[in-house]
Ligand binder design. Structure first.
Ligand code: AMP
Ligand code: ZN
Length: 462
């Protein structure tokens, strides 16, 4: 039974999707005005774990991640470069997708762009106007939070001091600024970006796009909505208000939010300037899989302080893990060791039991590392059977559907090389150590390292 901590109810709840075995999942995606930083990627890595784990547990997951390609920041960016909004945002979308691939983030089923869903947004705003939840002021349209009695239910904000009719035009604002928020912004000629629609010439505010795109692809009510904790207010609070006011139905059943990636105890963010992009770290020579592992291996609701030292540790862990995996290419002892099967079962149970518990990744990983330790002991005692090699390998590959940290290097060797390894083993048996060493050196030059074990020689590629 899977449990998630639901921000809406403020407790851990048993997960039960609307349709059996199908999960509809929405993620607030990037605003494509610049490179994403690894703080943003903490959120996307957490969502990737969620996505992959639900699939691992047998659910069919339909996932949407929107792309915010129209807002103050993208418009300003395009203007400052003197290019069209489309050309500007295309550039950053391309980079974002490359970064996702480097971090092995599974591509969502849909990645809709805000600018391609203006009609859907207009339709919701029309409904809100008709039902009296929205009103015009100076050509822009606002959502009246006093008309929606449960406003604040997600974030728990205090509404007592709110002045009815006070408005905020900015997309991002703080809790002290809780006011009627903008759904549609009247055209500003100097921005050069607008749409002519039934509700006027202008462009959408930020929040409405996520209601429009989530409901278009997932329906008026769906299972899980995710983001970083900074999205809870105002963005997700506003999404709930405008969606539920428009449809009269519950918008989302489970709201999951990840804690921030910090630098010296402060949120990593563009505005503070304390950020690393993925490229910054790759240029310094770090392995993207180690970055994935670092972001993945702390529970998503615990803040994570980023340091290069912790990244180096993650690199070591990933390296050792992969060495263990690649070492599973020996032929193994004839006899089958049933203890190893039992250890695999135990590790699998641990992995599932902990991840079922609100994606409790650290003990889930510990159960895998403890299996590796035990296998290494069996191995050094010469109690590692031929079929055990296969079953351990299969298990590691199975959980990699979730973790995605195995580095797929070319794993097979050519006939010629295998023959050289055999020839060397023969030489060793015949105590012709000179020849054995020569062959070892030839292989070393080809990047193939040999290790002699009680079961014969195992190889790994450098
Ligand atoms: P943005 O492009 O600013 O809308 O952010 C995209 C995603 O990254 C959102 O889900 C944010 O909540 C998340 N995010 C931004 N900064 C951080 C951070 N330092 N740690 C974790 N998540 C973050
Ligand atoms: Zn959103």
């Amino acid at each position: 039974m899977i449990k998630f901590y639901n921000t809406l109810t403020k407790r851990k709840e048993e997960f039960s999707p609307i349709e059996e075995k199908i999960v509809k999942l929405y993620t607030c995606g990037p605003t494509v005005y610049d490179l994403a930083h690894i703080g943003n990627f903490r959120a996307y890595v957490f969502e990737d774990l969620l996505y992959r784990y639900l699939e691992f547990r047998g659910y069919k997951v339909i996932r949407v991640m929107n792309i915010t390609d129209v807002d103050d920041k993208t418009i300003n960016g395009a203007k400052s470069k003197g290019i069209s909004l489309r050309e500007y945002t295309d550039r950053y979308i391309k980079i974002f997708i490359e970064d996702m691939e480097r971090l092995r983030l599974k591509k969502p089923d849909y990645m809709p762009r805000a600018t391609e869903h203006i009609n859907e947004m207009v339709e919701i705003i029309k409904k809100l106007l008709k039902k009296g939840y929205a009103y015009y002021k100076d050509g822009s349209i606002y959502f009246s939070i006093s008309k929606f009695p449960s406003y604040g239910k997600l974030s728990g904000i205090d509404l007592s001091s709110i002045k009815v009719g006070a408005r905020v035009d900015k997309d991002e604002y703080e809790k002290e600024d809780v006011k009627d928020f903008v759904l549609w912004k009247k055209v500003k000629e100097e921005e050069g970006v607008w749409w002519d629609t039934e509700i006027g010439r202008g462009r959408p505010g930020w929040h409405i796009e996520c209601s429009a795109m989530s409901m278009k692809y997932l329906g008026e009510s769906f299972d899980i909505h995710t983001g970083g904790v900074d999205n809870i207010f105002p963005h997700h609070e506003n999404e709930i208000a405008q969606s539920e006011a428009a449809t009269g139905k519950k918008f989302v059943n489970y709201w999951l939010h990840c804690a921030h990636l910090l630098v010296n105890g402060e949120k990593m963010s563009k505005s503070k300037g304390n950020f690393y992009t993925l490229r910054d770290l790759l240029n310094k020579g770090y392995n993207p899989i180690a970055i994935r592992y670092l972001l993945l291996s702390t529970h998503y609701r615990d803040p994570l302080n980023f340091t290069e030292n912790s990244l180096k540790q993650a690199e070591n862990t990933v390296k050792n893990y992969n060495e263990f995996y690649r070492g599973l290419n020996i032929c193994g002892y004839e006899k089958y060791n049933p203890e190893i099967k039992k250890e695999i079962e135990k590790a699998k149970e641990g992995f599932i039991e902990y991840l079922d518990d609100d994606l409790n990744i650290s003990p889930a990983l510990s159960s895998i590392f403890s299996l590796i330790k035990k296998v290494n002991i069996f191995f050094s005692k010469g109690e590692f059977g031929r079929d055990n090699v296969k079953e351990v390998r299969e298990f590691i590959e199975d959980i990699d559907k979730v973790l995605c940290i195995i580095e797929k290097k070319e794993e097979s060797l050519s006939e010629d090389i295998l023959n050289l390894i055999k020839e060397r083993e023969k030489a060793r048996k015949e105590k012709d150590y000179k020849k054995a060493d020569e062959i070892r050196n030839v292989l070393k030059e080809k990047g193939i390292m040999l290790e002699d074990t009680p079961y014969g020689t195992r190889w790994k590629k450098n």
